[in-house]
Ligand binder design. Structure first.
Ligand SMILES: [Zn+2]
Length: 64
């Protein structure tokens, strides 16, 4: 199953024609962005971790 074929389109960043599966930056721009912002995509979490305040931290501690 491969519904995402490469297609002739234009890079959304530099505007040069590129073969991409999705609208977005071309490989050159991706490499440039990675060089410019190393680890940005990796270091930004999808959502900040928030511990559940109503969760029991230790079930054993509640048992007397
Ligand atoms: Zn580009």
């Amino acid at each position: 199953m491969n519904s995402f074929e490469f297609r002739d389109t234009a890079c959304l960043r530099c505007g040069r024609p590129a073969r991409l599966r999705f609208a977005g930056p071309c490989p050159d721009c991706v490499a440039e962005l990675h060089a410019k912002f190393p680890g940005v995509a990796r270091d930004v979490p999808a959502a900040p971790y928030e511990p559940k305040m109503n969760a029991t931290p230790n079930a054993v501690a509640t048992k007397d």
